[in-house]
Design a protein around this ligand. Structure first.
Ligand code: XMP
Length: 509
């Protein structure tokens, strides 16, 4: 399979670069700058992209790479810090400018370069740098500049090494996508063979080969990743797969039943549902501290899940829905070269498996969704929004009771229905109801009521690190509020959370 290496020097857009390469149907993988050259040489990459990064090449502590990489005969594209690094390694002159060049800048390409095929002479690009190349290395020619940047792009045609000071991967660079496509197709000679149909075919064959006649156990959470992993494994080995689904009773209305229906009717596998709502309710009785609740839910889940797995374990494989962003080693600083793989399930010491299978570990989320759709998993599941591990437990403030869970589920169901009807499902990153456990006075008919308040939380965000509250039109909010107070028992007031993150978080606990 043809593939591109994204060599990570700690820039913030590194995953985006890999995504953009894959948009061109070319597989891209991200490795940290600490990857040995020998490993890179042996991997037969069609091309290498040096990413940006927050450092300066002058700083000896900043990420560098052996300059021999420029001579291994693989085409290279340096971006931002990667551009300066290319010049620095090849003996060019890099300087620090008195002020930074930041934002959308007009770029002019000049001379002849395949990199700028079908790109107008003048176009907007996204810049974010202080250091710049003052003189390109010997053998390199300037192929683009901006008002403040004398070498905004350079090339060594013979060695197929290209470098751009700007970020072609971000959409603010108007022709960035074209430049990346030029690099992949006309410089690296890629054909564009990375498509989801062939991924499914290859992965299914690979899984069959590995698993042989052994058994596989997968923990199904009802989330996108584990569901798609289940679909893929089912296609590969059918009844040799056992999926264990722990229903904590803290899922959204009907969700447990829907997961069960999907996997028992659409897929060939053994499906085990462990209903332990009452067990969780007992364990959480009288507990109102958010951290204590999270801890209890996490520990009880681990216990229940592994007890069930033990009951089914027959020296086979354990599968997980780990996806690519969970596995990427970041190049950011030596202290955190390896990110914690927080989405990987810990296995207790007394349970032994032949091995761990992670069939989605090469895919980004949207690719996982594309595979899910091709496998015939229902749209609601494939496009399901993120749902916290502790479930509704972190959306009921204070002590959790079965009654509160029901009130919240009913209100949340109405919100989801209205969002779907009004086409907001894909537009918002997340939307849900919260039960703050506060009662307020209301009036219904001629009667005074003293009942629950429901809060609606809806956010837009790219990465969940920051988020904005969604500007849902008033008439839709009014409809949601009317329906919740009319259709759901014990709610007499609805409020809308208009806080950004930070200072708030998305969830209330
Ligand atoms: P916060 O509340 O931290 O949420 O702004 C950011 C995103 O993370 C989700 N979230 C969790 N996901 N286990 C999870 O798997 C958790 O304990 C958890 N807490 C928050 C939240 O739903 C949002 O998408």
């Amino acid at each position: 399979m043809e593939k591109i290496l994204v060599l990570d020097f700690g820039g913030q857009y590194n995953q985006l670069i890999a995504r953009r390469v894959r948009d061109n149907h070319v597989f891209a993988e991200i490795l940290p700058y600490t990857t040995p050259l020998e490993q890179i040489k042996n991997a037969n990459y069609k091309g290498i992209i040096f990413t940006g990064g927050p450092n300066s090449v002058f700083d000896p502590a900043s990420p560098h790479y052996t300059k021999e990489i420029l001579d291994i005969g693989v085409p290279i594209l340096g971006i931002c810090y990667g551009c300066q690094l290319t010049a620095w390694m090849a003996g060019g002159e890099v300087k620090t400018a008195p002020s930074s060049e930041y934002g959308k800048i007009t770029f002019k390409h000049m001379g002849e370069s395949v990199l700028f095929q079908d790109v107008p002479e003048l176009s907007d690009v996204w810049m974010s740098h202080t250091d710049y190349i003052a003189t390109p290395p010997t053998g390199y020619e300037i192929i683009g500049k901006t008002l403040d940047c004398p070498v905004a792009a350079m090339q060594n045609k013979e060695k197929k090494i290209y470098a751009v000071q700007f970020h072609p991967e971000v959409t603010h660079s108007a022709f960035g996508a074209q430049m990346l496509a030029n690099f992949l197709y006309h410089i690296c000679g890629c054909k564009g063979e990375w498509v989801m149909d062939s991924f499914i075919e290859t992965k299914v064959a690979e899984l069959r080969e590995t698993i042989g006649d052994k058994q596989v156990i997968l923990g199904l959470s009802g989330g996108v990743d584990s569901s798609v992993a289940a679909g893929l494994l089912s296609r590969a080995v059918g009844k040799q797969l056992t999926c264990v689904f722990v229903d904590t009773g803290l899922m959204r209305k009907n969700e447990g039943d829907e997961v069960e229906k999907t996997f028992t009717t659409l897929f060939d596998m053994n499906f085990v549902r462990v209903n332990c709502g009452e067990h969780f309710m007992q364990a959480l009785k009288g507990v109102s501290d958010p951290e204590a609740k999270r801890h209890i839910i996490g520990t009880e889940f681990f216990k229940v899940f592994w007890d069930e797995i033990r009951a089914h374990a027959t020296k086979g494989y354990f599968a997980q829905g780990t996806i690519y962003p969970d596995c990427i080693e970041s190049g950011k600083g030596d202290a955190d070269v390896i990110k914690t793989h927080h989405n990987r399930v810990k296995t207790p010491e007394d349970v032994e498996f032949l091995g761990i299978l992670e069939p989605l570990c090469d895919l980004f989320k949207d690719e996982v969704r594309a595979v899910g759709e091709k496998l015939g998993i229902p749209k609601e599941l494939v496009w399901r929004q993120p749902f916290p591990g502790p479930g509704l437990g972190v959306r009921i403030i204070g002590e959790i009771t079965a009654e509160k869970v029901k009130i919240l589920q009913d209100a949340d169901y109405v919100l989801r229905d209205e969002m779907a009807k009004n086409g907001y499902e894909k537009e918002l990153a997340q939307f849900f109801c919260v039960l703050p456990g506060v009662s307020t006075v209301g009036v219904m008919g001629d009667h005074r009521t003293y009942d629950h308040l429901i809060a609606i939380r809806a956010v837009t965000t790219d990465d969940f690190m920051t988020a904005d509250w969604a500007k849902i039109p008033y008439d839709i909010l009014a409809q949601v509020s009317n329906r919740i107070t009319n259709e759901c028992a014990h709610i007499n007031r609805v409020v809308y959370d208009i806080t950004t993150k930070p200072p708030a978080t998305v969830e209330w606990e």
